[in-house]
Structure formats: C-alpha cells, structure tokens
Design a protein around this ligand. Structure first.
Ligand code: B12
Ligand code: SF4
Ligand code: SF4
Length: 332
C-alpha cells in the first residue's frame, strides 16, 4: 500500500487548514457505554431525545464505518476578536445578570463564544472533508470504505475521542481542555480505515480546583462525574429546550441570550491559554445582540441575518423567549 501521507504529514496538512490540534485515536479504545447509559438514566439528557436514539449507534464506530482503524480528531479554536479590537483583556466572570449587557447603554443579550461568526458545523466539515479526500486519494481507499467527516451532530463521542487522541483531558466542567489552548475549541473527526499509531492521552490537570463547580449559577455540574445535568444547564435551556423555560432558572440566565460560558471563563486553563496558545489571537469574543432588535424582528429578517449562524438553532421564537427573560432580569 502507498503510504505517502504518514502521521506527521497528515497532521501538518490538517494544521495548514487552520486546525490547531490534531491527534489520532484507536476506536477500539473507546470506553463501554456504561457511563453514557447512567447519564441518560439520570435524565441528564433532558429533552434531547436524539441522544437516546443514538445509543445503539454509539456502541461501536464500525457501525458507521465498517473496517474502521483510526479516528483523526481535529480541534479548531474559537475565533478571537478582530485585529483592530484593542480590548483583549482576560475574560470576565459573568455570573451576574447585566454584567456586560448594558455597557453600551443598549439592553443586550450575550451569545456564547462558540456561536460567534459563521456556523462552525459548515466551517469545520468543509475542512475535514478536504483531509478525508486527500487521505483516501493517497491511500487509494476504495469508494465503499471512504473516510467520513463528523462534527457535533453524529453519533460520535467527540470528547472521549479527543481524550484518546491526546488532545486534552475532560475537566470537571465536562469540557475537553488542552493545557495551552484551554477549552475554547470545537472538535471534529475523520473516521478512516487507514491505520495510524494512536497518540498518547494527556494527564488530568484539574487537581483540587473546583472553580467551575462553585461558579455554575444553576449547580448543573455533577461533582465527581465530569458531566452535567442538562436540565439545569443554561446552555441547554437557552439553545435546545423547546417551550417555556422553568421560572426557577430565569434569574440565573442573567443576560445569556444563547449558550453559557461561565464554567469555561472561570477555568484557569483558559486564562493560561491567553498567555500561551491564544497569545496572538486573544480571548474569543462574546457577541452582544440588542434585545429590541430581536423582539421586533420577523422571520424573514431573522433568516436573512442569522440563517447561516449557529445562533439560529433555537429559531427566532426561542431567542425571543430568551430575550424576554433577559429583559425581565434587567429591570428587576
Ligand atoms: C449534547 C451536547 C450538549 C448538551 C449536553 C452537554 C454535556 N456536557 O453532555 C448541552 C446542550 C448542555 C451542551 C452544552 C455545551 N456544549 Co455541547 N455537545 C453536545 C454533544 C452533541 C454530545 C455530548 C454528549 O454526548 N454528552 C453526554 C455525555 C455523557 O458525554 P460527554 O460529555 O461526551 O462525556 C464523555 C467524556 O467526558 C468521557 N470521559 C470523561 N473522562 C474520560 C476519560 C477517558 C480516559 C475517556 C476515554 C473518556 C472520558 O466520558 C463521557 C461519556 O462518554 C457534543 C458533540 C458530540 N457528538 O460529542 C457537543 C459538544 C460536547 N459541545 C460543545 C460545546 C462547545 C458546548 C458548550 C460550551 C456551548 C456553550 N457555550 O453554550 C456547552 C458546554 C456545557 C458543558 N459544560 O458541557 C463542544 C465541546 C468542545 C470541548 N472543548 O469540549 C462539543 C464537542 C461540540 C463540538 N463538536 O465542538 N452540549
Ligand atoms: S454552561 Fe453554564 S449553566 Fe451549563 S454547566 Fe457551565 S456554567 Fe453551568
Ligand atoms: S475550573 Fe478548575 S476544576 Fe473546572 S475544569 Fe477548569 S481546572 Fe478543572
């Protein structure tokens, strides 16, 4: 077999496309579904029923790609502020309502860092497909075995694969964290029948720290398990939950319009990343959207402005629901 693209070349190619971290995992090393089952049985998936439906497909990646030998895990950093922005301060802890929303004098809601800019699903998928095509061409992979690209939506345990590929460790806040890049990373994978030597997992560096656990405003982080209860998580409530958000969480939502970054903002490894991996790019930005703009917007305008953005996930209806909660919080 032609083996022109060895592991080093593969990684160099992925990095040339913008991926900051690239690692190789052996799919056979994935842990059993026992923990996943426990998580589902606790009700921690809330109303994300697709996670239950995916269960049997999550059993083995060979169901997605027969003959699978390796998974290439790629991590892309959330974009930093535009070059002209002078405010590259360390991110603040935003557990208090109104913390940033009124800085401009216009009541606004915050969009979590992962959703700023063009929808990452499209951006990452296009890059992964380029790598997959190149790999298949170099190794003359038959069409029926062609490599598959995934980001976020597949029945793929992305964080576990990230651990196995040496990208980082799973922190107490459930995020995959790299010692120099922090956790401000999207993950994407290529499943392939080409065999590569797996990388070595990173050590757990949370130590005795518990900042994320203590700062989460809804106590969603499940101590001792490295996971969260989605039913309490502001990210779930503002993005995935359909219908009214239970009133007991309104105050904690503060001014989060979409998603939540609190358990990442307080993590010392993200502060550290600003001195190391993100030294040049600075902290990824939290976008502010004026509440009145959203509340007076119709579906046509919404689609024109936001259809290609990850922030369109809860649709206009969901964002308006969230905006009303923020408005109430700002006047209380
Ligand atoms: C469902 C989902 C959510 C749900 C539930 C989150 C959760 N913690 O489970 C909600 C809507 C709440 C959510 C929120 C967010 N999400 Co989300 N989400 C997912 C999704 C689609 C599935 C996650 C899942 O399966 N959860 C079930 C639990 C049980 O699995 P798990 O979290 O993967 O945990 C496993 C590992 O921790 C592993 N593990 C732990 N220790 C060890 C040790 C070893 C040795 C091994 C092998 C494994 C291992 O075991 C667990 C069981 O499998 C993934 C994409 C994907 N397909 O994986 C994105 C994903 C996890 N989300 C992501 C992001 C960015 C977010 C947010 C930051 C967005 C935001 N700012 O609002 C928040 C963060 C909230 C948080 N603290 O987790 C990124 C995370 C990137 C990273 N650096 O970790 C992912 C990977 C999407 C992507 N492609 O980039 N998300
Ligand atoms: S994203 Fe926010 S609500 Fe969810 S676990 Fe982290 S701090 Fe808690
Ligand atoms: S805040 Fe502390 S405990 Fe939480 S993930 Fe970061 S290092 Fe680990």
């Amino acid at each position: 077999m032609y083996s022109g693209m060895d592991k080093a070349k593969l990684k160099a190619y992925a990095k040339s496309l913008g991926f900051r971290l690239v690692g190789l995992a052996n799919p056979d090393d994935l842990p059993s579904l026992d923990f996943y089952d426990w998580w589902l049985n606790q009700g921690f998936a809330a109303e994300m029923h697709y996670l239950k439906r995916q269960r049997s497909r999550r059993k083995s990646l060979s169901q997605l790609l027969p003959g699978i030998q390796s998974v290439i895990v790629c991590a892309l950093p959330f974009p930093g502020p535009p070059p002209e922005a002078s405010d590259q301060d360390l991110p603040e802890v935003n557990s208090e309502p109104n913390s940033e929303a009124n800085r401009s004098g216009i009541p606004s809601g915050k969009v979590a860092r992962y959703a700023v800019g063009e929808d990452y699903h499209f951006v990452i998928k296009a890059k992964l497909e380029k790598i997959a095509m190149k790999l298949d061409a170099e190794y003359s992979v038959p069409k029926k075995n062609r490599s598959l690209a995934y980001v976020d939506t597949g029945a793929i345990p992305e964080r576990s694969l990230g651990v196995l590929a040496g990208i980082g460790w799973v922190g107490k806040n459930a995020m995959l964290i790299h010692p120099e890049e922090g956790s401000w990373l999207w993950l994407g994978e290529i499943l392939t029948t080409v065999k590569f030597t797996p990388d070595i997992p990173q050590a757990d560096r949370c130590g005795t720290c518990r900042r994320c656990i203590d700062t989460c405003p809804t106590n969603a982080i499940q101590e001792g398990t490295r996971t969260i209860d989605s039913r309490k998580c502001i990210s779930y409530l503002t993005i995935e939950h359909r219908g009214e958000i239970p009133e007991k969480y309104h105050r904690a939502i503060g001014d989060w319009l979409l998603g939540c970054d609190i358990c990442q903002d307080v993590c010392p490894w993200n502060q550290q990343s600003l001195r190391k991996g993100r030294k040049k790019s600075g902290a990824p930005i939290v976008e502010q959207i004026p509440l009145q703009d959203l509340l007076s917007m119709g579906n046509n305008e919404f689609n024109t402005r936001y259809k290609k953005r990850a922030l369109s996930r809860p649709k206009l209806k969901g964002l308006q629901r969230n905006a009303k909660i923020i408005e109430k919080n700002q006047f209380e």
